[in-house]
Design a binder for this molecule. Structure first.
Ligand code: GTP
Ligand code: MG
Length: 335
């Protein structure tokens, strides 16, 4: 990369608004699907409360953060206040109980990074992962959902980006590419740094919501109904934003020194986080700060090989947005 390419948004980009909005609409889950997810949650609550009356179930991830496309699995967190709980034993017992309640394909994955029980509900046809006491994920789910309330362009952009990432095979953390959670954070951050800004940094505003989870203080301004219209001085459309997002990640982001931070709503330096060299498995080749666990880089899964794959995909997407006659098809072509 001898020279950074600076490209200008094509003049006729607006012709892509209709097609991009149609893709967004087609990905939104139907109400009946949401109802089925609720039905499964209620079933699980009934089963769990018989054995552990004090346990609480929470939805998290894409079924609750408003960035879920239709036909996704649901993620459930079982919260139980028991200091000396052995997660593996607990999950094995939970799996036993669920199995005898006629749920199907029940499996306890006790050795996974986040240990879970997987199951499929034959009545609704929905699959589900249950984890234990992963309350930070429930809180970051709320943060994402609150951001989505502020400006509809976030949800539009994130649906398009997630759909692109899945189509192109760069949403596979076990292959060194990024999680859906990381892509949504990239979209939030991108809209925070537009000028005029389309999104604020909720964590930089007076806090109206505050919880402490695993010694991490999570606080931010959550009265987002008061922020509708925040981004209205910025008139950019979804077509311009998709173009600019890929242009940013292809040509403008400084991979050598920058960290994107939704917490501050700005770019911070690798140096100030001490993320300049490889420590253990954390290579910090693309740096995305978790909004609450600030020592956590969501780019940690990316390695020497997969960073090339990712950057080539960003460049491919940027050049399609620039030159292709039919980006709404080409962008999502399977790899
Ligand atoms: P899809 O299932 O691909 O539609 O997306 P998803 O939103 O469910 O995303 P993903 O499977 O990547 O993650 C599910 C949830 O787990 C996220 O919404 C986060 O709440 C949480 N999560 C995932 N990865 C991390 C992580 O590295 N750190 C933290 N703190 N939470 C994470
Ligand atoms: Mg998920």
């Amino acid at each position: 990369r001898m020279m950074k390419r600076q490209m200008e948004c094509p003049r006729d980009i607006e012709r892509l608004n209709g097609p991009f909005l149609a893709i967004y609409q087609s990905l939104i889950p139907l109400e009946e699907e949401k109802a089925k997810q609720k039905q499964l949650l209620t079933l699980l609550e009934n089963i769990v409360s018989k054995e552990w009356p004090e346990a609480q179930l929470y939805l998290y991830g894409s079924c609750a953060n408003s960035f879920g496309v239709s036909k996704s699995d649901i993620d459930v967190c079982l919260a139980i206040d028991d200091a000396d709980i052995n997660k593996s034993e607990f999950l094995l017992k939970l799996a036993d109980i669920l199995q005898s309640d006629n749920l199907q394909n029940v499996q306890a994955l006790t050795r996974a990074r986040v240990p879970i029980v997987k199951l499929m509900d034959p009545t609704t046809g929905i699959s589900c992962d249950i984890c234990i006491n992963n309350v930070l994920a429930v809180v970051n789910t709320k943060l994402l959902r609150d951001y989505a309330e502020i400006d509809v362009r976030l949800r539009q952009l994130a649906f398009i980006v997630k759909h692109w990432a899945k189509s192109r095979g760069v949403n596979e953390t076990y292959q060194g590419t990024l999680s859906s959670y990381a892509y949504v954070l990239m979209c939030i951050h991108f809209l925070q740094i537009r000028r005029p800004a389309i999104l604020p940094s909720l964590q930089e505003m007076g806090c109206t919501y505050s919880v402490i989870i695993d010694d991490v203080k999570c606080s931010y301004f959550d009265q987002v109904e008061k922020l509708r219209g925040f981004g209205s001085r910025n008139k950019e459309t979804i077509a311009q934003l998709v173009w600019a997002f890929f242009n940013y990640w292809a040509y403008r982001h400084d991979y050598a020194s920058d960290v994107i931070s939704v917490r501050t709503g700005s770019i911070i330096s690798k140096r100030e986080k001490d993320w300049t060299r490889r420590i253990g498995n954390d290579r910090h080749l693309i740096c995305i700060e978790d909004p609450f666990e600030v020592s956590h880089d969501l780019g940690r899964v990316v390695d020497k090989h997969s960073i090339r794959v990712l950057r080539e995909e960003f460049e491919r997407a940027a050049s399609i947005m620039q030159y292709d006659p039919n980006p709404c098809v080409t962008l999502f072509e399977p790899y």
